[in-house]
Design a protein around this ligand. Structure first.
Ligand code: SF4
Ligand code: ZN
Length: 292
């Protein structure tokens, strides 16, 4: 398919709008928290949603950036996120690991390494804490939905990672629009879930969007890199495979949802946030790291 720059950008915006409509992700008057890390996907999503929002004057966008406290990486991303929000007149909230969990992510990783703990990768910890920070912030600002920039690639990688971790019930929960299962959990929408990462990247270039391109210093250790490499190699030999996997997940999800429902969702005895366990994963990790 050969498209000029404008037609390509229009096609990404159109595909995103059609994914939003297909999964009924937003209502016309939703207050939407958008997770904006400063990377190409999240800044691109902010652009697409801000543009689409012009047709829905009653809908509101609030960008939320999590500052994990990763020296030399997140500082630049924060500036870029702020610049993009200013361009669209979108309110910007920043929440830091330091204020929410008591120390920066760099300090947490240092403690983890000093303890000799090798089973938990930095990204596994960061992912859990970031999800919590985003949910708590979205709830505090009264958001009806939390939009994240997960692409088709992210979705199939997560599927594979959940299989590798034996976490089958998460496959059921990780829908394009998550269900309202607990009043403290803001439903998460993924408008880019059917768009390949190479298209979201190209969209950012074509639109001249400024985004952070430096990789996170901890990314190298993530199991996700292996999942990404494997899926990219399959896609290269058999184009369309990622989308086929995505469609297969959609088909098997209803059967898995029955299993996930049986787990039930309560509140953590320590922090009161929703969890399927007595103590949520965030509190478990925090204790594990802080007490070392
Ligand atoms: Fe966190 Fe890993 Fe992403 Fe870095 S690469 S921001 S450690 S999840
Ligand atoms: Zn907890």
């Amino acid at each position: 398919m050969n498209l000029c720059r404008k037609c390509f950008a229009d096609s990404v915006e159109e595909k995103t709008r059609s994914t939003i409509a297909k999964y009924s992700m937003f209502k016309f008057d939703d207050r939407i928290a958008v997770a904006v890390s400063g990377g190409k996907d999240s800044v691109g999503l902010l652009h697409v949603l801000a543009k689409a929002g012009r047709r829905h004057p009653k809908a509101e966008l609030v960008a939320v950036t999590v500052d994990e406290g990763i020296r030399g990486y997140r500082d630049e991303a924060l500036k870029i996120a702020a610049e993009n929000c200013k361009e669209f007149g979108v309110e910007h909230r920043v929440v830091s690991f330091r204020e929410m969990f008591g120390c920066t992510f760099d300090q947490m990783v240092k403690r983890l390494k000093e303890s000799g703990e090798v089973r938990v990768t930095p990204c596994a910890v960061c992912g859990v804490l970031r999800r919590k920070a985003l949910n708590v912030t979205a709830r505090k600002i009264g958001a009806d939905k939390l939009a994240t920039a997960h692409t088709l690639d992210d979705e199939v990688q997560t599927f594979l990672l959940n299989i590798l971790h034996g976490d089958v019930s998460r496959i059921a929960k990780e829908k394009p629009l998550t269900d309202e299962v607990h009043p403290k959990l803001v439903p998460r929408a993924k408008p880019f879930c059917e768009i390949p990462e190479r298209e979201t990247a190209l969209y950012a270039y074509v639109k001249g969007i400024r985004f952070q391109s430096n990789p996170c210093p901890y990314a190298i250790e993530a199991l996700r890199n292996d999942a990404r490499a494997m899926l990219n190699s399959v896609e290269e030999k058999h184009p369309g495979m990622k989308f086929t996997i995505f469609k297969s997940i959609e088909k098997i999800r209803p059967a898995l949802e029955e299993t996930a429902k049986k787990e039930g969702l309560g509140e953590c005895v320590e922090c009161g946030e929703p969890t399927t366990e007595k103590v949520c994963r965030t509190c478990q990790l925090r204790k594990q790291i802080m007490q070392r």
